[in-house]
Ligand binder design. Structure first.
Ligand code: NAD
Length: 270
């Protein structure tokens, strides 16, 4: 990594904002990565956090750490998703924030030339159909309350093409973007905001391991990032907290890009 990079803000760990006191947040994929960082951040801002994950040990650990509840869920199942949002309502009395974040990027999803129909469908189910199911389950509660913030995790790859393709992943995130925009427009006058979050590449344990094994692969990506490094999950979580809060009261149907400038760049600094 070049030594002229902008360091990540350490302030995310020392935040004293309390913008979400009394709000209930449902987070899918709360056991790891961006979801876990968001669970910590939303809880630190005062929210009750409902941690949904298919992985029981990590989901439970997240819920315990943030003083929330764990609900086991496979986000591709309508009944399970409905039960997740019902658990939030039954336990805390409202559903104010839905961070629909669970997603996968398996190695079988690759160039269109190699990706099987089965691999394509699996990624569409987990990354796109799940967001449809979560929004469908959250909206009735939010419409009754006449208040709510839905944040759907898309990606910067929904905005740009990559020669290192994961074809179904990219298409699924494009779908998340279009669906979020449409829902944001449809429900705006009922006090509900729907935004798509577009993170750049995040420094997750998986990514670290992959790039430690294959530094050329990391270098090929880092050269396109004006900031000169990958994001920390806490930096994405900070954007989630903003979108969830009333500070974002006029941010709706947006493509909320948190990518260190990747999508704005032509030539990056040496
Ligand atoms: N990491 C990145 O660089 C990056 C960049 C842009 C967008 N994203 C998106 O951010 C989201 C979170 O990514 P991450 O890097 O934190 O991933 P992660 O793998 O660290 O965490 C994903 C979580 O989702 C859970 N999950 C997977 N399938 C599930 C299912 N069917 N039902 C319920 N839970 C399930 C996993 O158990 C895991 O806890 C994803 O939608 C991903 O596509 C990630």
């Amino acid at each position: 990594m070049p030594d002229n990079t902008i360091a990540s803000s350490e302030s995310a760990d020392r935040i004293v904002c309390r913008r979400l006191v009394g709000r209930t947040a449902v987070i899918t994929g709360a056991g790891s990565g961006i979801g876990l960082a968001a669970a910590r951040r939303l809880a630190s801002e005062g929210a009750h956090v409902v941690c949904g994950d298919i992985d029981e040990p990590t989901g439970k650990a997240a819920a315990k750490e943030v003083g929330g509840i764990f609900v086991p869920v496979d986000v591709t199942g309508a009944d399970q998703v409905e039960a997740l949002f019902k658990a939030a309502q039954d336990t805390y009395g409202s559903v104010d924030i839905a961070f629909n974040n669970a997603g996968i990027s398996p190695p079988e999803d690759d160039s269109i030339l190699e990706t099987s129909l089965e691999a394509w469908k699996r990624v569409q189910e987990v990354n796109l159909t799940s967001v449809y199911l979560c929004c469908k389950a959250a909206l009735p509660y939010m419409r009754r309350q006449r208040r709510g913030s839905i944040i759907n995790t898309a990606s910067f790859v929904a905005l740009m093409g990559a020669a290192t393709s994961q074809i179904s992943y990219t298409a699924s995130k494009g779908g998340v973007l279009a669906m979020s925009r449409e829902l944001g427009v449809q429900f705006a006058r009922e006090g509900i905001r729907v935004n798509a979050l577009c993170p750049g590449p995040v420094n997750t344990p998986l990514l670290k391991e992959l790039f430690a094994k294959d530094p050329e692969r990391a270098a090929r990506r880092l050269v396109h990032i004006p900031v000169g490094r990958f994001a920390e999950a806490t930096e994405i979580a900070a954007a989630v907290a903003f979108l969830a809060s009333d500070d974002a009261s006029f941010v709706n149907a947006a493509e909320f890009v948190v990518d260190g400038g990747i999508s704005g760049a032509y030539v990056t600094p040496l």
